[in-house]
Structure formats: structure tokens, C-alpha cells
Design a protein around this ligand. Structure first.
Ligand code: ATP
Length: 601
């Protein structure tokens, strides 16, 4: 997945396109229609040569009648009409299939990716996945929608044209056979250069885009450090290098066109000369020569077109490979084939039994080591421990973002691996350290865990989270947009929205990662009250950073290097666990000696 740009574009395995057949299968009737239109238009185009011959021989010969001319032109008109209709049908259907298949692929890949275990995204960058779903599918859409049709049409033209050439005049055909490579070789050579350069050009343009993206996103940082001048210089460099590459490509393209025009017209002139002598000698008719040149140009052009789109087909094969790889990525935390049902009235009883876990990227290091803990329904547990002790890992294991490698985690007595992921997570709400808000309105964000919630329910949840008041003060209340990632709200406001979201979801099990960053006293007070209300009557596991929390929970679990080293209340642990005492003194400073004061805050 971390392949480079140039590797990305190439794939020699055109056969991988076969795998696309599964996606084309539902649209076989459209494909049949497109094929018929394709064959018809190719047939008509080929017959134009014959029409031309008739026109020249009968229409303009000295003994031709006006009626014959009219008849020939009428036939020509009918053929043109048929060609126009066929072209419409072919273009419409083929483009339709291209768009449809790429839409289906996008949906299939996203539907697969969104369910993958989070560990997958540690090794596969989100930007890369994004570009697969957008750029690679767009590439396929272009190829299916045009390149394949160009290749097929030109193949038919090539075969048909060649047959008709032989029928029309075998001697001149020899001359054509000589001129075809003359035209094709420069097309291939220049075409290849143009392709490489256009790839580089695209990369450079992408560089320009990402530079702008980064600068604009961090505009305050840029301006605060007076970095505009340097950024402008760097940006100018990007733009100029994109320009240089583009000019190189245009140069090659211009040479390509010039060479092709010279060679094609040169070959036509040669044929006119040889054929013209034959016409003068009465060996062939003028119409035959006209038809012949028509077919010769057609054959040469079709070979050129096929060689052009062959590169596209290769690139499409590469894109398909990458998309199929994404589709084939295995979910390491699957829902069992026959999941056990949740109890009718879930209690929120959580048990850790000899739980052992190492991250796949660090198999030698135990992030959780033989951990046993029984959390009775409705009780609250604070996880404490130094940085890297395994607190967040434990929370991730409960959500089944990873599966334990040893022992089991049980929810109401059922191993969580036996439950469906949906059922398990429907019982859990999470309030993360950095609240995650999505682009949308305040109401959308509160509704996140319960999409069908009514406006009244949303407001009730916001009131319980002490968020209603500030939401009301926003210009459009609940319909105010929060900006990307909630940028238009303060830290404390975002936290209360995250709490309102959890209240609305009404889970049996609450996972809470307290914010470490200090809020002002008023926000802190409101967030704390909101949390207390949320925790009431639910099994709660909180990664604690506040003294007010540790003194209020039922039990504190002290973690060290993935091991559970002590459990008890704050006062008990201050006596019994030197590790806890030290951690608490570091965490709360002088507050340790005055828990009563803080607890009332
Ligand atoms: N995705 C990961 N891949 C590999 N190792 C990881 C990953 N996430 C965490 N770890 C490691 O696992 C151990 C436990 O990390 P964890 O995040 O659970 O600690 P924590 O107690 O939550 O720390 P903090 O308080 O700093 O958030 C650490 O040694 C950490 O480096």
C-alpha cells in the first residue's frame, strides 16, 4: 500500500481486469446494447468507404444521371443518421456503465473499509485509502467508460478495414502494410514519453494541491510565525516545477502531432501517386482509390488508437489491483457466524479473565498482561497508571477494536467475541479525551449515537449535560454548524456535547477518557456535574486524571506496564500502594492531602 507513484501506475497484469467482471455482471444487458451499437457503428463507418466509392464512380462520372446522384446521396444520408444514432447509444451506454461500475466499486470499497478493524489503519494510511476510493475508481471509470470502448471500436475497424483493403486492392494493401509501422512507431515512442510526463505532471499538481491544503488549514500558524514569504517562495517553486513538466509534455505532444500528420499525409500522398497512376492506366476506378485511401487511413488510425489506450488499460489494471486488495483486506475482529444474543435486560457486568494482549506491531511486548478484574453492574472503576500503562488499550479491548490473545472479556457473562459487534457496541458509549465532533450541526452531533432521536430527546440530553444553555446562545441554537471537527466551539463545550451524545445513547456501559487539559473552573465544574449525572446507575470505566473522579468512584484499579497491581479506594490505596501514592502526588500535586476539598467542587 505504501507503493510509490510510478509503481502505482504500472501493472503488467491486464488479466486483473477480469476480476472486474463481477462488477460488470449486473449490467450485462447494457453491455449487450453497447456491443450491438458498437458493431453497428463500426459496420457503418466501414461502409462509408463503399459509399464514397459509389459517389465518386457513379456520382461524378460523365455519364451519371442526376437521379443516380440523388439516390447515392440519399443512401449516404441514411447511413449518417444510423451512424449518429448508433454513436449516441454506444456513447451513452458505455459511459453509463463506466459511471455505474465506479459508483458500485466506491460503495463496495467504503462499505468494506468502514467495518475493518482499527489496527488496519495503523499500517494503511488514510490518505492512501482515500485516493484509492476516489482517484483509482475515477481512473477505472474513464477506462471502462472510454478506453475499452475506443479499443474495441478500433479493433473492429482494424479488422474490417484490413479485410476491405484486401478486397479493394491487394497491391496497394502491401503499400499500406509498409506505412502502418511508420505511423505506429512514433505514436508509441512519443506516446510513452507523453504518458510518463503527464504522470509526473499530475504528481506535481498533487504536490501543489497538498501544499495549499496544509498552508490554508494551518493559516493561523503560518501568519503567527510570519511564514507567508517562505511559503510563497516554496509554493512558487512547486507551481514552476509543475509548469516545466507540463511544457515538456506539451512539447512531446506537439512533436507527436507533427510527426503523425507528416507521416500519415506523406503515406496518403504516396498511395495517391501509386494509385493515381493505376487510375490513369485504367487499372482501377477513381472510386476504388478513394475508398482505398479511406480504409488505409482508418486502419493506421485504429492501430494508433489501440496503442494509445493500451497504456490506459495497464493503468486501470494497476488501479483495479489496488482496489481489489482493499476489498480483500481481512477484518481481524469479525462478528461470529452465529452470534449469541444479548440478555433481554443487559446489566453491564464486565469481567476480565486472565486477559493478555500485545499489539500486532509489537508482539514481544505485552500491553496487557494477565489481567483479572470483576466490575459489577452499575459500579464505577477508575483506571490509573503512568503513561503507557495500558489504560487506553484496555478500553479498546472492551470495544473490540482489538481481540485479546489470551483469556477473555465477558459482558454479562458472555465472551464478547461471541456477541455481534453491533450488539456489543450498542451497549457502550464512549466519551473520549479529545471529543470528536463531526462536521454538521450541534443536533447532528448529539444525535450521533441514536440517529432516530427526536428534538425533545436531544434537548433533554443537552440539558443533562449542562450544554443546553450555551447551545441556546449560539446564533442558530441546535441547528448551528460546529465547523470542521467542532472548531467553532470551545474545549469545554465540545466535551459537554460529547457527554450529551453519550447520555442520549443511554448505554449500559460507559467508557470515559477524561480530558487532561485544564478547563477553566466554571467549565470544569459543569463538565464534572454532567459526568456525574451520566455515570449514575451505569457501569463506568473511566481513565482518570482528576482527583474529583478518583475519590468518587467505587474502585480504583492501578495499572503498571499492563499489569493490574492494586485495587481499592483512594484512601486505601494511598496507604497500601506506594505506586499509587506516588502517581497521585505527581498527578494532583498538593491536592492529595486535601481530597475532601476537591471532591466537593
Ligand atoms: N497502536 C499501537 N501499536 C503498538 N503499540 C501500541 C499501540 N497503542 C499503544 N501501544 C503501546 O501499548 C502500551 C500501552 O499503551 P496505552 O495507550 O494503552 O497506554 P495508556 O496507559 O493509555 O497511556 P496514556 O495515559 O499516555 O494515554 C504502550 O507501551 C504503547 O506504546
Amino acid at each position: 500500500m505504501t507503493d510509490t507513484g510510478s509503481e502505482r501506475e504500472k501493472s503488467t497484469n491486464v488479466g486483473v481486469l477480469k476480476a472486474m467482471m463481477a462488477f460488470l455482471q449486473p449490467y450485462r444487458w447494457q453491455m449487450v446494447g453497447a456491443s450491438i451499437a458498437l458493431i453497428c457503428t463500426a459496420g457503418i463507418t466501414l461502409s462509408i468507404g463503399q459509399g464514397l466509392r459509389m459517389l465518386v464512380d457513379q456520382g461524378f462520372s460523365s455519364n451519371a444521371s442526376e437521379a443516380a446522384l440523388n439516390q447515392a446521396l440519399l443512401l449516404f444520408m441514411v447511413m449518417i443518421l444510423l451512424l449518429a444514432t448508433g454513436t449516441f447509444v454506444r456513447f451513452y451506454l458505455v459511459s453509463w456503465i463506466g459511471e455505474r461500475v465506479s459508483a458500485d466499486l466506491r460503495k463496495a470499497v467504503f462499505a468494506h473499509v468502514i467495518h475493518l478493524h482499527p489496527g488496519y489503519f495503523e499500517t494503511n494510511l488514510s490518505g492512501e485509502i482515500q485516493s484509492r476510493i476516489t482517484t483509482d475508481t475515477t481512473l477505472l471509470q474513464t477506462v471502462i467508460g472510454s478506453s475499452v470502448s475506443i479499443a474495441l471500436r478500433n479493433f473492429l475497424m482494424f479488422v474490417g478495414g484490413l479485410i476491405l483493403l484486401f478486397i479493394t486492392n491487394p497491391k496497394l494493401t502491401g503499400l499500406v502494410m509498409l506505412s502502418v509501422p511508420l505511423v505506429v512507431v512514433p505514436i508509441i515512442v512519443f506516446g510513452r514519453r507523453v504518458r510518463t510526463l503527464s504522470r509526473t505532471s499530475q504528481d506535481r499538481i498533487a504536490g501543489v494541491g497538498s501544499f495549499v491544503g496544509e498552508a490554508v488549514k494551518n493559516i493561523k500558524m503560518v501568519q503567527a510565525f510570519n511564514h507567508q514569504k517562505l511559503d510563497k517562495q516554496a509554493f512558487d517553486g512547486h507551481v514552476e516545477s509543475a509548469f516545466t513538466v507540463a511544457i515538456g509534455r506539451i512539447n512531446q505532444r506537439a512533436w507527436l502531432s507533427t510527426t503523425v500528420i507528416t507521416l500519415v499525409l506523406g503515406a496518403v500522398t504516396a498511395m495517391l501517386w501509386v494509385g493515381g497512376l493505376d487510375v490513369l492506366a485504367g487499372k482501377i476506378s477513381g472510386g476504388e482509390l478513394a475508398a482505398f485511401i479511406f480504409y488505409a487511413v482508418m486502419v493506421a488510425a485504429s492501430v494508433g488508437a489501440i496503442s494509445e489506450v493500451y497504456g490506459d488499460l495497464q493503468r486501470a489494471a494497476g488501479a483495479t489491483e489496488r482496489l481489489l486488495e482493499l476489498l480483500a483486506a481481512e477484518n481481524l475482529v469479525p462478528t461470529p457466524d452465529q452470534p449469541l444474543p444479548l440478555p433481554v435486560a443487559p446489566q453491564g457486568h464486565l469481567q476480565f479473565e486472565n486477559v493478555g494482549f500485545s499489539y500486532p506491531s509489537r508482539p514481544e511486548q505485552r500491553a496487557i498482561d494477565n489481567l483479572n478484574l470483576n466490575i459489577s453492574p452499575g459500579s464505577s472503576v477508575a483506571l490509573v497508571g503512568s503513561s503507557g500503562a495500558g489504560k487506553s488499550t484496555l478500553v479498546d479491548l472492551i470495544l473490540r477494536f482489538y481481540d485479546v490473545q489470551q483469556g477473555a472479556i465477558r459482558f454479562d457473562g458472555i465472551d464478547i467475541r461471541e456477541l455481534s459487534l453491533d450488539d456489543l457496541r450498542s451497549q457502550i458509549a464512549m466519551v473520549p479525551q479529545q471529543p470528536v465532533l463531526f462536521t454538521g450541526t450541534v443536533a447532528d452531533n448529539i444525535r450521533y449515537g441514536k440517529p432516530d432521536a427526536s428534538a425533545e430527546e436531544i434537548e433533554a440530553a443537552a440539558r443533562s449535560a449542562y450544554a443546553h444553555e450555551f447551545i441556546e446562545r449560539l446564533s442558530e441554537g441546535y441547528d448551528s454548524f460546529v465547523g470542521e471537527g467542532g472548531i467553532r466551539l470551545s474545549g469545554g463545550q465540545r466535551q459537554r456535547i460529547a457527554i450529551a451524545r453519550a447520555i442520549l445513547a443511554d448505554p449500559t456501559l460507559l467508557l470515559l477518557d477524561e480530558a487532561t487539559s485544564a478547563l477553566d473552573a466554571e467549565s470544569e465544574y459543569q463538565v464534572q456535574r454532567a459526568l456525574e449525572l451520566l455515570m449514575k446507575g451505569r457501569t463506568t470505566i473511566v481513565i482518570a486524571h482528576r482527583l474529583a473522579t478518583v475519590v468518587n468512584v467505587d474502585i480504583i484499579a492501578v495499572l503498571d506496564h499492563g499489569k493490574l497491581v492494586a485495587t481499592g479506594s483512594h484512601t486505601e490505596l494511598l496507604q497500601s500502594s506506594p505506586l499509587y501514592a506516588r502517581w497521585a502526588s505527581l498527578q494532583f500535586d498538593e491536592g492529595v492531602n486535601a481530597p475532601d476539598v476537591v471532591a466537593t467542587v
